[in-house]
Design a protein around this ligand. Structure first.
Ligand code: ARG
Length: 461
């Protein structure tokens, strides 16, 4: 049998394989709420413009509400032969209300319909992600406040570099997540134009009111160009780009969890809730959640690539290739949501071993820069020379097998006679972090102020 939606010029129906490759209902059923919302807005506008009778309009709206209810109750039967969510909904509407159902598609095409559904869905997804990221920032800020004074090594090349505070490290991620939220927010702003009424590609001869439907659906305005309205998937690409960058941030933090939980580092302990054991090694506490967050960033990046490649050669306007735009976005969204939740849980429960962090911070001559700075400040030495002197002190300590602060004053003076007992005071890790008061620096007071400010900037209430 030929297709009920477009079968007029066909003798017979599609082959089974055609039906299978053509159908998107398996995944685009996720649009059901937005599809029905869009149809109701379109219907209300058609009535207001006198294109549809009041009676037909009422029948359609009531029928759509019933379809929505059936889907939400799990009573709706999705059919592959009806291709996608749009035709599944409309076909069921026809079963319920009969002839008026066929009038709903006046001045509309599936091309503007799917573009509208997808934007509405993505807008909701963006709002969900923003809530998740705010919760993650809240957890990071709480750890930053609890550990504003906890000294740990800061690294470059994963080699101990200079002492920092644990809170400062947490606040670095608060900044990254803040920019992620900004990127998602920018995406939302640009996304918020309504394709509905662009019809297949050229607009329509019916006296529709696109501004009205845009407003009913919470869009800022209708898309200005009908071709662009049905062809554009920038919003999906932008979503995936922002998601990829965000996933990379989560992955870097996850990687730090993996490193920090090792027996060799032992800076932090993940809670039982976010750790697994080994089936053979009884002592093991594996950071699986962190490892999976690290792995899943790869999927999100893959999703971005996948849609970029689908889109890159498509001529205007709609091509069926664009039906394949949804799965990457769904996967990226589901993956990112899960990763955000897992990371928020890990950070919330995280126990920091302050003693161990402090101990590690003092190993590896991490206050050598403080020594050089002292020579500059107190002896008015050019920094380059001070660097050289401090380097010689490190070499001496290394030969002696001790830390910098363990050198005697006499030993220090053997390298630079101007050094006084006062220099010893700057060599502790506490003094080092306390001295880093420059804007954005790691000093505990700075961290407390940054956390306080971040609550105002990023957290609602
Ligand atoms: N299921 C289709 C999609 O997701 C809807 C649009 C179909 N349009 C068309 N011209 N065949 O892209």
């Amino acid at each position: 049998a030929s297709n009920a939606m477009w079968g007029g010029r066909f003798e017979s129906g599609p082959s089974a394989v055609m039906e299978k490759i053509n159908a998107s209902i398996g995944f685009d059923k996720r649009f059901y709420r937005h599809d029905i919302m869009g149809s109701k807005a379109h219907c209300a506008m058609l009535v207001r413009q006198g294109i549809l009778s009041e009676d037909d309009g009422r029948a359609i709206i009531d029928g759509l509400d019933q379809v929505l209810q059936e889907i939400e109750d799990g009573r709706f039967e999705f059919k592959t032969e009806l291709e996608d969510i749009h035709m599944n909904v409309e076909a069921r509407l026809a079963e319920i209300i009969g002839e008026p159902a066929g009038r709903l598609h006046t001045a509309r095409s599936r091309n503007d319909q799917v573009a509208t559904d997808f934007r509405l869905w993505t807008r909701d997804a963006l709002d969900e992600i923003d809530r998740g990221l705010e919760a993650l920032q809240r957890a990071l800020i709480a750890q930053a406040e609890a550990h504003a004074e906890t000294v740990m090594p800061g690294f470059t090349h994963l080699q101990a570099a200079q002492p920092i505070t644990f809170g400062h490290h947490m606040m670095a991620y608060v900044e990254m997540i803040g920019r992620d939220r900004g990127r998602f927010g920018d995406c939302r702003t640009r996304l918020n134009e309504c394709p509905l009424g662009a019809a297949a590609l050229a607009g329509t001869s019916f006296p529709i009111d696109r501004h009205a439907t845009a407003e009913l659906l919470g869009f800022d305005r209708p898309c200005a160009n009908s071709l662009d309205a049905v062809s554009d998937r920038d919003f999906a690409l932008e979503f995936l780009s922002a998601a990829s960058i965000c996933a990379i941030h989560l992955s870097r933090l996850a990687e730090e969890m993996v490193i920090w939980t090792t027996a060799q580092f032992a800076f932090v302990k993940l809670s039982d809730g976010y750790t697994t054991g080994s089936s053979i090694m009884p002592q093991k506490r594996n950071p699986d959640a962190a490892e999976l967050v690290r792995a899943k960033a790869g999927r999100v990046i893959g999703d971005l690539n996948s849609l970029l490649i689908v889109m890159k050669g498509l001529p205007l306007a709609y091509s069926k290739d664009m039906q394949d735009d949804k799965e990457p976005v769904f996967e990226a969204y589901d993956t990112l949501e899960l990763c955000i939740a897992a990371m928020t849980g890990m950070i919330t429960d995280l126990r920091v071993n302050s003693e161990r962090c402090r101990e590690s911070a003092s190993a590896g001559f991490t206050t050598a820069t403080d020594m050089a700075d002292w020579l500059v400040r107190e002896l008015n030495m050019p920094f380059r020379r001070a660097h050289h002197v401090a380097g010689s002190l490190v070499k001496l300590a290394e030969t002696k097998g001790c830390d910098l602060p363990d050198l005697t004053l006499a030993e220090m003076q053997s390298i630079e006679p101007g050094i006084t007992a006062a220099a010893m005071a700057v060599l502790t890790v506490e003094a080092s972090v306390r001295s880093r008061t420059s804007f954005g620096g790691t000093a505990p007071d700075n961290v407390r102020a940054a956390a306080h400010a971040a609550r105002d900037v990023f957290l609602a209430g």
